[in-house]
Design a protein around this ligand. Structure first.
Ligand code: GDP
Ligand code: IMO
Ligand code: MG
Length: 434
């Protein structure tokens, strides 16, 4: 499989960072296509922890080309801070940013904060990084793009126009402080020298690399249930985080994609507001949170935890056309007496096996639960799939059968080595071949 997409199949934080890092060895290029620094991708190498937000996780591998594609919304201040955190990594001449990326501006953060406050109990629970408002401006055709920074006259003209209308909104609707176009101009121009040398037409660059035989790994951010079209709207992010988003977000067409690797936790988590049918309230949720260390990699917020939701994950396998799945964090279930799987949703006398379109309905469904025997053994030291306890293999087989999707990799810990390849998967070998 030459060009591969990695996507989250739940509500984000499935362990995409770890798996992208694991696969990068076999690729030449790693590209992001959507989202922004709302993502938090954790990679642990030799005990050292890195959290990537805007920069592809592939940057941690010396020599690999990393691309931030046109579909990403780009905050230059967050970018520079992240570069500073990568102090021991040499990224020179191998990190590129699309000239078509839309810029996140201070008014995006200000409007988002004001709108979330206004919504009160009905808030989305966003990461407050200006992601949604930046995508709003892109679609409304008033966005400012990365390439505009290279043309100060154009940048200033667009900025003044937009700031005028944003200040009206901030003052009249949200009763908040207006922003100064002069100040924003100075701040952004101050960063231009650092960022512009990395800015290029990345769609053209990726096509050339692809044609010359280089292998491209596309690193998804967020998860399918946070997708603006396929997710639990309105409790979603503002981009297409499903596999289709890769094509529009990088300029590489679907005919050049050879496979989609879906990442799923062995249970389910969600951070932020919105429906979560299998959520555990009470002590079981707390146990999962503490054993799985379930705190947001970007915001530090506690993640909500629940059992594996087969309905959303099967839906996800479909809307992403997942070729093969990676199941992460199996080790978190090690000490459970019983392991639960949700196989349907009961609602007003009916049973659904797909995701209803209204968040209000999903909020009220009752999960249909299947119970499997726990294995009560530590799996984190296991390095061969065949050595997993029988109960763990039975659980994984049930997931594969229910999801009607291959499972090729199982992760039993955050480190690279804590990874098992499933013996009878036709894809396990292909994923690890150059
Ligand atoms: P991402 O956003 O999909 O990249 O995932 P995050 O990095 O936000 O969250 C996943 C968390 O789980 C990180 O802290 C990882 O280090 C950790 N992790 C990944 N795989 C495993 C695993 O198999 N077992 C355990 N215990 N932790 C894991
Ligand atoms: P990674 O790539 C988990 C959630 C937020 C909120 C909703 C909208 O690490 O999996 P936004 O700021 O994007 O407008 O917030 O989406 N969210 C994530 N949840 N993992 C992420 O990224 C997320 N990125 C956004 O919590 O509910
Ligand atoms: Mg994350």
């Amino acid at each position: 499989m030459k060009n591969l997409v990695v996507v989250g199949t739940q509500w984000g934080d499935e362990g995409k960072g770890k798996i992208v890092d694991l696969l990068t060895e076999n690729f030449d290029v790693v590209a992001r296509a959507q989202g922004g620094h709302n993502a938090g991708h954790t990679v642990i190498i030799g005990g050292k922890k890195y959290i990537l937000h805007l920069i592809p996780s592939g940057i941690l591998h010396p020599g690999k080309i990393c691309v931030i594609g046109n579909g990403v919304v780009f905050d230059p201040f967050a970018f520079i801070q992240e570069l500073e955190e990568l102090e021991d990594i040499d990224y020179s001449d191998r990190l590129f940013v699309s000239d078509r990326c839309h810029l996140i501006m201070p008014y995006h953060r200000a409007v988002e904060k004001a709108e979330e406050e206004r919504l009160g109990d009905n808030r989305i629970g966003t990461t407050n990084r200006g992601i949604g408002p930046a995508y709003e401006d892109k679609v409304a055709r008033r966005g400012i793009r990365m390439g505009d920074l290279g043309s100060p006259v154009i940048f200033r003209k667009r900025l003044e126009e937009v700031v005028r209308s944003k200040n009206l909104l901030l003052k009249e609707v949200y009763n908040s402080e207006p922003l100064s176009a002069d100040q924003i101009y100075e701040d952004y121009m101050g960063l231009a020298d650092v960022v512009l040398p990395m800015v290029t037409d990345t769609a053209d660059m990726l096509s050339r690399l692809d044609r010359s035989g280089k292998k491209i790994l596309f690193e998804g951010a967020q998860g399918a249930l946070l997708d603006i079209d396929h997710g639990t709207y309105p409790f979603v992010t503002s981009s297409n985080s499903t596999s289709g988003g890769v094509c529009t977000g990088t300029g590489i067409g679907p005919a050049r994609i050879d496979g989609v690797v879906g990442i799923s936790k062995a249970y389910t988590t969600r951070v932020g507001a919105g429906p979560f049918p299998t959520e555990y309230s009470g002590s079981l949720g707390e146990t999962f949170r503490s054993v799985g260390d379930e705190y947001g990699a970007s915001t530090g917020r506690p993640r909500r935890c629940g059992c594996f939701d087969g309905v959303i994950t099967r839906y996800s396998c479909n809307v992403n056309s997942v070729t093969t799945l990676v199941i992460t964090k199996l080790d978190v279930l090690d000490q459970q007496e019983q392991i639960e799987i949700c196989t349907g949703y009961k609602y007003k006398g009916e049973v659904f096996t797909t995701v209803p379109m209204h968040a209000e309905v999903l909020e009220e469904v009752e999960p249909v639960i299947e119970t499997w025997k726990g294995w009560k053994k530590d799996t984190s030291g296991i390095r061969q799939y065949s050595e997993l306890p029988q109960e763990a293999r039975d659980y994984l087989k049930r997931l594969r059968d229910y999801l009607e999707t291959d499972i090729s990799v199982v992760s039993v810990g955050p480190d690279r080595e804590e990874t098992l390849f499933v013996d009878d998967s036709p894809y396990a070998g292909a994923l690890m071949r150059r």
